[in-house]
Design a protein around this ligand. Structure first.
Ligand code: PHE
Ligand code: ZN
Length: 886
């Protein structure tokens, strides 16, 4: 194939034409769907004579008219990607286009497609062009109407954005609905749904007293499972009013759940479309993790109404403008609804396990990428999660009130506009008159900054110094980096673990007072801004233990000179909950890396007793939050450890992590046993912090115990499985048992499947649990599961569960015989024919192949080359595979 074209941020040009209004009409049919559009087009500059280039893909052009007249053949040009009007009129004109599409054959799940018999759309980023010819770019914003006509029995519900203006019956068993969205929007926010759906209805009264109808649509049998989603929506609406003063702006808000969806959910104006797994929940079928994810994603999509829809992106390079900000908002929402510390721990773990590796690999890109081949490939943990960290740093630097002022100014300036990351930055800066110096580098430099800190105490001067040095590693296309502006939140502890009051800090030769309202503080933000930067705390009466980067105040890798003793002390006492957890993680990482070295040199593995005692104290501490304890006794993931190695060794890391787990299970057996026993409950399931924390702790303890694989403990897990009254406990017990090969595992897996074979979301848990298993030779099981009746390559959730799950097990995916790589290589090529976006997500598992030994490298490379050599490869997969090999 010809190498697909790369698109660059620096080439951005304003559109030559704007669309004032767009009237769409859909005739939905079983064989074909006819789409008519009537667009009022205005040149950006009066009298311009540029051609009007419309995007279009897989659409058949039936007719095109300008000002009511069929366009002459010499006045337009059609190719596989565009319809170009070569000589449009010089002033405002009416453009009418009729196209034909086949949603029923659309397996890419982009544009208009069918899911379980219903019609639905997915237009972000560039799916609208699969519906009709259009300037499919976010800086073209218009008022839309949408008329839908379809068979009334097959498609009783017809939905689009905005308000329902008109509806009625038509001849031949058909009916229609006409929708109008009063807000200007880009094409990526357009949506249409038609099908057999029913709704859970509720209302929300906004702070200014307007009543909003809320409807969550699903097939009738799933309606009982939408209660938590409705609760989440109302909580999100209230939270956005309270925290950001943002009210919903229409009288109707719809959510539709569909089983076939590439991503999590989509924020289409007033018609959010969701992957069913992020809407449907009942205590019997969904875990605490599912409940939490639903809360977060319902919030996320709702929050987009302001951050994304009312103010949108000028171009797709600015994606983090809406996504980083909206992820930050959903993180804060979830924090306020649960435990802030535990939420922060979960978000940072995610960043470390997924974003740090991406930032250190061939796909590394800044939160605002400089170029792309397929935009779909840039819906990444970097744009989303690192983007959220960048937004969080504004809040850390400007404090809550300053951040809110910046948000207010952002909306005041840009409501109704398509803007850039600089516009957001400028609003934050201007609202606070802040010196944010080179903060914008966070948008342009890829790579996780490495920061080293050296401390020293001067007892005569009573000063404590922290010397920072920083560097950003080279990333593809960026070899030389500049020093970043890094907010480092620091507290100081006495040797017995109390916070030391901080009054003043020397920096750059001046003494700065850091009091607040005349009072000393316990945490201060150091603004590290140079390659080498020193901060000296004054009036410190004893050598302190520094608590560094509290709350993970910047997305960096921090290397400090804290001793193990300091770390144990922080683990036991730090008043910053996040750093208490972090101290344990630093100790675990050190321990795991040193045991990996022992394993590689065939030395016996011995667990440091102090580590065991540190965890024992945590488990036994009744003052601690149970969910926090669950996190604190969980070891860093295998991926996180491999990421820290010169040459990643999945077998060694796996062996070491399993060794530590078993050793902890043995030595802390009493604690774990009583934890399981004391945290059972016969109350009905409730999703509240106290109960989910209790379950989290019990289930972590159970997993440790069952890892030992002896009969007594396997039976304990079996009892938990049988007595479970909710999915959280049931699947946790199943997973605990399934750690070890054997009869118990087989029986309980079969039992679970038989119980739940009718519920595809639960069956996906069953698929992923088996796929992620680290039992030796698991690739064969996964291969068999591909043929299982519950599996379907066309459904993304199933692919993510089975194929994605498999790639998440380092030992099996990276198996030395190459079987894991071959499995993935083959499946990517099959998937690519059906759904390039999903195929490209899967092929990403290869991207860090250079981190492994030569032998594995050769095997992975062979698969990547095989993929690239395939005929008709999608641009999506091409981009990831070719960049991985580059
Ligand atoms: N914009 C969606 C979000 O809320 C994600 C998405 C992107 C969904 C592309 C579908 C397609 O993050
Ligand atoms: Zn989003």
């Amino acid at each position: 194939m010809d190498a697909p074209r790369e698109i660059f941020l620096k080439d951005y040009k304003m559109p030559d034409y704007y669309f004032d209004s767009v009237d769409l009409s859909f005739l939905l049919g079983e064989e074909k769907t006819i789409v008519s559009s009537k667009i009022i087009v205005s040149p950006r500059i009066e009298g311009n004579s540029h051609p009007l280039v419309l995007d279009g893909r897989d659409v058949k052009l039936l007719s095109v008219k300008v000002d009511d007249k069929d366009l002459k053949e010499e006045d337009f040009h059609l190719d596989s990607h565009h319809l170009t009007l070569t000589r449009p009129p010089s002033g405002t004109f009416t453009l009418e286009i009729v196209t034909e599409i086949c949603p029923q054959n659309n397996t890419s799940l982009e544009g208009l497609y069918k899911s379980s018999g219903n019609f639905c759309t997915q237009c972000e980023a560039e799916g609208f062009r699969k519906i009709t010819f259009f300037q499919d770019r976010p800086d073209v914003m218009a008022i839309y109407t949408c008329r839908i006509e379809a068979d009334k029995t097959l498609y009783p519900v017809l939905l689009s954005n905005g308000n329902l203006i008109e509806q009625g019956d038509l001849e031949g068993g058909k009916h229609y609905a006409l929708w109008k969205d009063p807000f200007k929007k880009p094409s990526y926010l357009f949506a249409l749904v038609a099908g057999q759906l029913e709704s859970r209805d509720d209302t929300f009264i906004t702070s200014s007293g307007r009543e909003v109808s809320l409807r969550i649509w699903t097939p009738a049998q799933d309606l009982p499972k939408t209660a938590h989603a409705m609760y989440s929506l109302k909580a999100a609406m209230k939270w956005d009013e309270e925290v950001f003063g943002l009210e919903y702006d229409l009288d109707l808000f719809n959510i539709v759940a569909v089983p076939d969806f590439n991503m999590g959910a989509m924020e289409n104006k007033s018609l959010n479309i969701f992957n069913s797994k992020l809407v449907l929940a009942s205590p019997e079928t969904a875990t605490d993790g599912d409940y939490a994810a639903i809360l977060g994603v319902i919030g996320h999509e709702y929050f987009h109404n302001w951050t994304g829809n009312r103010v949108t992106c000028r171009d797709w390079f600015q994606l983090s403008l809406k996504e980083g900000l909206t992820v930050f908002r959903d993180q804060e929402f979830s924090s306020d609804m649960g435990s802030r510390t535990v939420k922060r721990i979960a978000d940072v773990s995610r960043l470390r396990n997924f974003q740090f590796p991406q930032d250190a690999g061939p796909m590394a890109h800044p939160i605002r990428p400089h170029s792309y081949i397929k935009m779909d490939n840039f819906y990444t943990v970097t744009v989303y999660e690192k983007g959220a960290e960048v937004v969080r740093m504004y809040k850390t630097l400007l404090e809550s009130s300053g951040f809110r002022k910046g948000m207010d100014l952002y909306f005041k300036r840009h409501d109704g506009q398509a803007v850039t990351c600089e516009d957001f930055f400028a609003a934050m800066r201007d609202a606070n008159d802040a010196d944010l110096s080179n903060f914008l580098l966070w948008y342009s430099q890829a790579g996780t900054p490495n920061v080293k800190v050296v401390s020293s105490y001067n007892s005569e001067a009573m000063t404590f110094s922290l010397k920072f040095s920083q560097g950003v590693p080279a990333t593809p296309g960026q070899h030389v980096k500049e020093p970043m502006f890094i907010p480092v939140a620091v507290g100081l502890l006495t040797s017995s673990g109390e916070d030391i009051p901080i009054t003043s800090v020397y920096h750059d030769g001046t003494l700065e007072t850091v009091m607040e309202n005349g009072q000393p503080v316990f945490t201060t933000i150091l603004k590290v801004n140079k390659k080498e930067d020193e901060f000296v705390f004054a009036n410190i009466a004893e050598r302190p233990i520094p608590s560094l980067l509290r709350g993970f105040s910047a997305p960096i890798r921090l290397d400090s000179d804290l001793t193990d003793e300091d770390l144990f002390s922080l683990l036991a006492h730090d008043s910053d909950g996040f750093n208490r957890w972090e101290a344990g993680q630093i100790l675990s990482r050190k321990l795991m890396l040193s045991l990996v070295a022992d394993f590689q040199q065939s030395n016996p593995l011995v667990l440091n007793p102090k580590f065991v005692e540190g965890l024992r104290t945590i488990i036994r501490d009744p003052s601690l939050d149970k969910e926090f304890i669950a996190k604190a006794v969980t070891l860093p993931g295998e991926g996180e450890i491999m990421d820290l190695m010169e040459v990643a060794d999945p077998d060694a890391v796996h062996a070491v992590r399993s060794f530590i787990r078993k050793e902890l299970a043995l030595q802390l057996k009493e604690e774990f046993l009583s934890t399981v026993i004391n945290n059972r409950s016969s109350e009905p399931y409730t999703f509240d912090h106290e109960n989910l924390a209790r379950r989290a702790l019990k289930n972590v303890a159970l997993a440790y115990l069952a890892s030992l694989g002896d009969e007594e403990l396997t039976n304990l897990a079996l009892d938990e499985y049988k007595s479970a009254t909710n999915m959280t406990d049931q699947v946790a017990a199943l997973a605990a048992i399934a750690q070890n090969p054997g009869l118990a595992r087989e029986e309980v897996l079969l039992d679970f499947y038989q119980k739940w074979s009718d519920d595809f979301l639960v069956v996906n848990k069953w698929l992923s649990l088996q796929a992620m298993s680290d039992i030796p030779g698991n690739v064969a099981n996964v291969q068999n599961l591909l043929k299982h009746p519950s599996f379907d390559l066309r459904n993304p959730n199933k692919v993510y569960a089975l194929v994605g799950g498999f790639c998440a097990s380092p030992v099996n995916f990276h198996a030395k015989d190459g079987s894991g790589y071959k499995f993935l290589g083959d499946i990517v090529l099959q998937l690519d024919k059906l759904n390039p976006q999903v195929a490209s997500r899967m092929v990403s598992a290869f991207s860090r192949w250079r981190r492994f030994d030569d032998y594995r490298q050769a095997l992975a490379k062979e698969q990547l080359e095989k993929i690239l050599a395939a005929n008709g490869l999608s641009e999506n997969v091409y981009e990831i595979a070719s960049k991985s090999l580059a």
